[in-house]
Design a binder for this molecule. Structure first.
Ligand code: UT7
Length: 382
């Protein structure tokens, strides 16, 4: 669907009309991790740009985060009715059933269509495409799309390579039927996959492949595993290619992109993709420093974070690009609409030095950054 070519008979587009994010209040800083793992703050910051991540308390699950983000997004859209609830997640509450129906019920949306999307860290972009399809087909007038993940429930806390990277969180958008030419219309997608590399990011146990085998799974198989270095290389190549394909479909040049909102995998990956595209790093929206890699939540959380800081102005042009296990990847474009600024993602204010990439010149952060209350705020050891 080409917005510029949209005629009077064009199918309705999905238009962004509500946005919110939420992260749990328990914070794990790099210093906290260094107390129990063979790692240190300097290694983590240099390799990933991450300073802290939020994690769920014992007993909390993905649906708890999804409900909170969803409730806030519905309030932002000033609506309490949607026709479909879509939850993108790699950490559903249960293998069966999907998490979305329970989220819908808890939001007072019983009766709405509800299903999960399993596309790992690309789930939110796949979700935008699915919501666009539901609206274009006339199945839904309004869709609540939530990206929510609790990686702390699947990452081995003793696995230093992954425990430093991932955090928990949820981001949500409300999409309504509208015109392809209006601000907020989501359009021009590129989605792809390469299952030949499914082994690069896995939780080996818990599915039919393992359950149909005799014997109990090993501790390693029950946890999230990632071949980080190879994933890194694929992430940069695939995200750059997907971004280029999407821009070319829309007839946009790199210079037309005011904000690049990549999946927040690792600051080095984000900047490498920007460099590969020839996009100034200042145009990258980054939030990974404060929340780590939050999987399917990372793009809507980054959007909510940037919007809360009023960094996104109506009419600004955004390029969203994600990459994840599968392998999967995807991109889409969006012109920023007039939206109420989302409330804080945090129950307490964020670190004063957390910010968008334009506020710093690479991976380095000021060494004299004031101590943040979260640094003493770990509620329990994780
Ligand atoms: O969201 C889906 C997509 N995910 C991604 O895109 C993530 C992609 N990958 C990454 O972000 C990075 O690969 C990691 C951050 C996970 C790892 O960084 P890296 O620079 O690729 O490190 P590495 O795995 O190649 O390990 C380099 C060295 C190893 O030591 P030797 O073998 O060179 O002696 C590791 O054992 O660093 C060691 N290492 C650590 N050292 C201190 C690994 N983790 C740590 C750690 N602290 N936490």
């Amino acid at each position: 669907m080409s917005p510029s070519a949209a005629g009077p008979c064009a199918p309705p587009a999905a238009v962004l009309c509500g946005l919110a994010g939420w992260v749990p209040s328990r914070v794990v800083t790099n210093e906290h991790l260094a107390r129990r793992l063979d790692t240190d703050d300097a290694w983590i910051r240099t390799r990933t740009g991450i300073r802290r991540r939020h994690v769920v308390d014992p007993g909390q699950s993905t649906s708890d985060l999804a409900v909170e983000a969803g409730r806030r997004a519905l309030a932002a859209a000033a609506t309490d009715r949607v026709d479909a609830v879509v939850v993108a997640t790699t950490t559903p509450d249960h293998s069966c059933p999907a998490t979305a129906p329970a989220v819908a019920a808890r939001l007072g949306l019983t009766g709405a269509a509800a299903f999960d999307i399993s596309a790992v860290c690309t789930g939110f972009v796949y979700g935008l495409a699915s919501a666009t399809g539901l609206i274009a087909a006339g199945v839904a007038e309004r869709v609540l799309l939530i990206g929510a993940d609790t990686y702390s429930t699947i990452v081995d806390p003793l696995d230093r390579a992954n425990a430093i990277v991932f955090g928990d969180g949820a981001g949500a958008v409300v999409l309504r039927a509208g015109h392809p030419d209006e601000p907020g219309a989501v359009g021009h997608f590129d989605l792809g996959s390469d299952g030949a590399h499914e082994d690069l990011i896995t939780v080996a146990a818990g599915g039919s492949r393992q359950r149909s085998r005799p014997g109990e799974p090993s501790r390693q198989d029950r946890h999230f595993a990632m071949r980080g270095r190879e994933v890194y290389r694929h992430a940069v190549t695939r995200m750059a290619a997907s971004a280029r394909a999407t821009l070319s479909r829309a007839g946009w040049k790199i210079d037309d992109v005011d904000h690049f909102v990549p999946h927040q995998a690792n600051l080095r990956i984000l900047y490498s993709v920007a460099d590969e595209l020839g996009l100034p790093r200042e145009r990258c929206v980054t939030h990974v420093e404060s929340v780590g890699n939050t999987g399917a939540a990372s793009i809507p959380l980054a959007l909510a974070y940037a919007a809360a800081r009023q960094a996104l102005r109506p009419g600004d042009r955004l390029l969203l690009t994600a990459f994840g296990g599968g392998l999967t990847w995807g991109s889409c474009l969006l012109t920023w609409p007039t939206l109420p600024a989302p409330a804080h993602l945090y129950d307490q204010p964020p670190h004063p030095h957390d910010g968008l990439a334009r506020h710093h010149d690479g991976l380095a952060r000021p060494h004299d950054a004031p101590a943040h209350p979260y640094d003493q705020g770990e509620r329990t050891t994780s």
